[in-house]
Every structure is written in structure tokens, then in C-alpha cells.
Design a protein around this ligand. Structure first.
Ligand SMILES: *[C@@H]1O[C@H](CO)[C@@H](O)[C@H](O)[C@H]1NC(C)=O
Ligand SMILES: *[C@@H]1O[C@H](CO)[C@@H](O)[C@H](O)[C@H]1NC(C)=O
Ligand SMILES: *[C@@H]1O[C@H](CO)[C@@H](O)[C@H](O)[C@H]1NC(C)=O
Ligand SMILES: *[C@@H]1O[C@H](CO)[C@@H](O)[C@H](O)[C@H]1NC(C)=O
Length: 201
């Protein structure tokens, strides 16, 4: 009897956790063909995320004829409120190569936010409130070529964050707290990171 009670207790606890912790919402996109039909774009609108654990359960917005979520190459969050990224943001857009998050109050970004963007090449997170770039942030984005985190509040960076990205062409870390530099090729990036000792404390 005791064990059945205990199991019921566990089930209730799990249910409460799901209903309290995670909130589902619909991501609203304004879709457009950007640059001569080559790059299908979702510009996120009406986004307001101020807590962790917001789970994206659907995408809304009128597609251009014969286009679908899988065609989205550019995902842009610009001038929105996104203190955190929704979980599963990447689930709906498997082919995104360019992720841009500008001026949306983003406070943190982790490898799980980026894990389902295997095609990601260009990552621009400008004018936000990021304080830390974890060393494993790009673990799943091995094709990255251009990374920009200019004008954030970065105080710490994982030392080897760019080491395994063999195709990396440029990194822009201008106007942060522990660093104010950019680099435009592999050897410059390595040099820049060697000098960035303020960020490794
Ligand atoms: C955004 O969400 C917060 C918290 O739920 C709420 O207080 C605020 O009014 C919302 N802002 C807008 C513009 O909807
Ligand atoms: C984000 O800001 C950068 C730098 O100002 C700009 O080049 C880029 O076009 C912006 N992204 C979007 C989607 O507006
Ligand atoms: C997008 O991704 C899907 C699933 O991963 C794939 O089948 C499709 O070919 C891709 N489309 C483009 C345009 O890359
Ligand atoms: C990297 O860029 C610097 C400065 O622009 C240049 O002097 C250097 O030759 C470049 N190195 C490579 C390997 O392209």
C-alpha cells in the first residue's frame, strides 16, 4: 500500500512540475523571401519571453505559396523581448543557416538552444545582455563560419569555445565587458583568444 501511495505521490509531483515549469506558446513569424528568393526568412514578431522553460509548441504566420517551415534559412528575432530562448525554437526550422537575435534583451544562450540547428553558419547576437559564453556553446554547430556577439555584457568565455570550429572565418566580440575585439581569420581568432585572459577568470 505504502509503495502505491508513493507512486501516486511521484506522479502528482511530476504532473505539477510539467504544468508549473513549462509553458507552451505559439511562435509568430512574418515570412518573406529575402534577397531574390534565395533565402526564406522568418522574422519573429510579438515575442515576449521573460522566464525560463517556455516551450514552443507551434509556429503561426502566413507562408508564401509553396513554402514551409523547413524552407526557412534566416531566423530573425529583432527588437523583441526574449530574456531566454524558447525551448525547441530549433525544432521547427531544421534548415536555418543564419540566426540573428538583435536587441531583444537576451540574457543567456546555451548549447541546447543551438543543438537542432545543424546547418547553422552565421550566428549574430548583437545588442543583448549576454554575460557568459559557455565553452561548449557551439558543440553542435560545427559548420559555423561567422559568429558575432558584439555589444553584450560578456564577462566570461569558455577558453576553447572556437577551437573545434574549423570553418570559422570571423568572430566579432566588440563592446563587451571582458573583451572589445574582433578577428577576421582563423589565426587572428586564435590570437585574439590567447589575449582574452580577462574572460577566463
Ligand atoms: C510580457 O510578459 C510579461 C510577463 O508575463 C508581462 O508582465 C508584460 O506585460 C508582457 N509585455 C507585453 C508587451 O506583452
Ligand atoms: C542585426 O544587427 C546587425 C548589425 O547591426 C545587422 O547587420 C543585421 O542586419 C541585423 N539583423 C536583422 C535581422 O535586422
Ligand atoms: C530541410 O530539411 C529537411 C529535413 O532535415 C530536408 O529533408 C530538406 O531537404 C531540407 N531542405 C532544404 C531546402 O535544405
Ligand atoms: C589574417 O588577417 C591578418 C590581418 O588582416 C593578415 O595579416 C593575415 O595575413 C591573415 N592570415 C591569414 C592566414 O589569412
Amino acid at each position: 500500500m505504502a509503495s502505491i501511495k508513493f507512486i501516486l505521490f511521484l506522479m502528482t509531483a511530476a504532473l505539477l512540475l510539467v504544468s508549473n515549469g513549462a509553458r507552451a506558446f505559439t511562435l509568430e513569424c512574418k515570412f518573406s523571401d529575402y534577397l531574390y528568393d534565395k533565402n526564406y526568412k522568418c522574422e519573429v514578431v510579438n515575442l515576449n519571453i521573460t522566464t525560463h522553460n517556455q516551450i514552443e509548441s507551434a509556429v503561426s504566420g502566413a507562408h508564401i505559396p509553396r513554402r514551409s517551415n523547413a524552407d526557412v534559412i534566416i531566423l530573425s528575432i529583432d527588437g523583441q523581448t526574449a530574456h531566454y530562448l524558447p525551448q525547441d525554437l530549433n525544432k521547427f526550422f531544421p534548415n536555418v543557416t543564419y540566426l540573428s537575435i538583435n536587441k531583444s534583451g537576451l540574457r543567456e544562450i546555451t548549447k541546447s538552444d543551438l543543438k537542432n540547428f545543424p546547418q547553422l553558419r552565421n550566428i549574430g547576437v548583437r545588442g543583448n545582455d549576454i554575460e557568459n559564453l559557455p565553452g561548449d556553446l557551439f558543440e553542435h554547430n560545427t559548420q559555423a563560419t561567422n559568429i558575432a556577439f558584439a555589444t553584450n555584457k560578456i564577462k566570461s568565455i569558455g577558453k576553447d569555445i572556437f577551437k573545434s570550429l574549423n570553418g570559422l572565418d570571423s568572430v566579432n566580440l566588440l563592446r563587451n565587458i571582458c573583451i572589445d575585439q574582433q578577428a577576421a581569420n582563423r589565426s587572428e581568432i586564435a590570437e585574439m583568444m590567447k589575449r582574452a585572459t580577462e574572460c577566463f577568470k
